[in-house]
Structures are given as structure tokens and as C-alpha cells.
Design a protein around this ligand. Structure first.
Ligand code: PDD
Length: 243
């Protein structure tokens, strides 16, 4: 199965179209056949907020291949199952934003199709839990020396010249909708953006590190493996992008 998490604010799904484009791409990559349109899914999400009298929140929408007997390959002619729920969105307080999060680096033990937003999240939740059990807030994955992304978010660094750097999209990361939005906002504000690999040493030496995701938008990372990043507080680039 595949899923999306979309924020809802002021009666609108934030980047709703981009989330559904990515959901349809995930379905294609997983070879899950379906005949529903984007409009049906937009209506489903909006109706859920309405029915629950929620002016804002988060919508989780999941599409699984469908129900049938257990076989080792893809069953044919299945009707996919859609499951959608809404919940309150967690917002960072000013203090939480300013103090940032403490993260642990961890080997990227996920499969090599992280570009698909699949519900097979064991490796991500296993490492996220391990980080929490070890006294960190979250984890950032490292594969063959390259920083890929957070357990449930994209990773950015800002160097001493204020250049923003994030991994170019490939099969090893999820190309985040918030990631793309932040790149656009940065460029519109005259901030130079490089989409390229970086390693842990470059990340530790960065002036700023932050994570982006639809639900939490932008989380400054102020400690990594016990070492302070930059000033140890949220940086200027993070503040500018978070608005
Ligand atoms: N996760 N990378 C991973 C592995 C993710 O799970 C997510 C999002 C992102 C950020 O993508 P976006 O900006 O499109 O939300 C990157 C969602 C929020 C979740 O699983 O709850």
C-alpha cells in the first residue's frame, strides 16, 4: 500500500494537488491498478474535515492493493482499498522551534525504493523508536557515507555562506512536497540552493540543519549525535523559510 499526509488550513488542502500527484506516482510504481480520479480523493479528504467540524488538521490517506487470498505475486483484478482519517496537526511552539531537535545519525536500513511513499515503514519506525529510546528526538539516515533524509522528513543543511543544500531526488529519498516548497521559497528569497549529496562531516560543520515534512513543516536540528550545530538554536535560514 501507499499513503500521503496532507495538511489542511483555512479550508484548503496545502499542496493537495502535489500530494495526489505523488500518490498516483506511488500507485503506478507499485503497479496498483485503480480507476479513481484525483477529484474523488480531494472530495473524500474535504468531506472528512467537514464531517468532523475541523477547520484545520492533517489528512492521512492510504491506498492498499485490495483484499484476496495469499499468493506470492500480484493478484489480478483487485479493487484497491482506500482508508482515510483526519487528525489534529501537531504544531511546534515558538520555544520548540527555537530550541530545535536533537537527532541521532543511523545507517539507512530501508529498501532502495524510498521514492515510493509505501506503508512498509518498519525500518523507519524501528530507527525512530531507537532514537527516542536513546534520548534523541529523531534520526537522520546515512547510506554509504551520504546523508539521505530523516526517518519521516527530508534533511537540509545551510553552509557558512547561507547556501541551502539538500540531496537531489533519486530512489534513496522521498521527494518531499515540503522540500520542494522550501526550495521554491528559498530561491524566491535569493537564497542559493544546491541539490547534491553531503556527508555527516559536512552536516556537522554546517551553520544550520533542519528537517521538513508536511505535518511539522520545518524543524531546526540543533544537536546531532550530541554535538551542537551552529549556535545551538534555530538559524536565520530556517526562520526565513518557516515564515
Ligand atoms: N512523512 N521523507 C520521508 C521518509 C517521509 O516519511 C516524509 C513525510 C518526507 C517529507 O515529505 P513531505 O514533505 O511530502 O511530507 C520525507 C509524512 C509526513 C509521514 O509519514 O507522516
Amino acid at each position: 500500500g501507499v499513503y500521503e499526509v496532507t495538511l489542511f488550513k483555512n479550508g484548503k488542502l496545502i499542496d493537495g494537488d502535489a500530494h495526489l500527484d505523488r500518490l498516483f506516482r506511488s500507485l503506478r510504481e507499485m503497479k496498483i491498478e485503480h480507476d479513481f480520479s484525483k477529484d474523488v480523493l480531494v472530495k473524500m479528504q474535504l468531506d472528512l474535515f467537514k464531517k468532523n467540524s475541523m477547520p484545520e488538521g492533517c489528512c492521512y490517506i492510504q491506498v492498499t492493493r485490495g483484499s484476496t487470498n495469499r499468493i506470492p505475486n500480484f493478484p489480478q483484478d483487485l479493487t484497491p482499498t482506500i482508508n482515510a482519517t483526519v487528525s489534529l496537526a501537531k504544531k511546534l511552539t515558538e520555544e520548540e522551534f527555537e530550541n530545535g531537535v536533537s537527532i541521532m545519525t543511523h545507517e539507512d536500513i530501508r529498501w532502495k525504493r524510498c521514492d515510493i511513499k509505501s506503508v512498509a515503514l518498519f525500518a523507519s519506525s524501528f530507527v525512530n523508536q531507537k532514537a527516542k529510546d536513546s534520548g534523541f528526538n529523531d534520526a537522520i539516515f546515512v547510506r554509504d557515507g551520504v546523508v539521505t533524509e530523516g526517518s519521516f522528513a527530508n534533511a537540509f543543511i545551510a553552509d557558512n555562506n547561507g547556501t541551502l543544500i539538500t540531496k537531489a531526488p533519486d530512489n534513496l529519498i522521498l521527494c518531499g512536497i515540503t522540500r520542494n516548497r522550501m526550495i521554491d521559497i528559498a530561491r524566491a528569497n535569493g537564497i542559493k540552493v544546491e541539490e547534491r549529496n553531503f556527508d555527516v562531516a559536512e552536516m556537522l560543520a554546517a551553520k544550520e540543519v533542519f528537517l521538513t515534512s508536511s505535518s511539522l513543516i520545518l524543524r531546526p536540528v540543533t544537536r546531532i549525535d550530541g554535538e551542537a550545530i551552529g549556535s545551538g538554536k534555530a538559524g536565520d535560514v530556517a526562520k526565513k523559510l518557516a515564515g
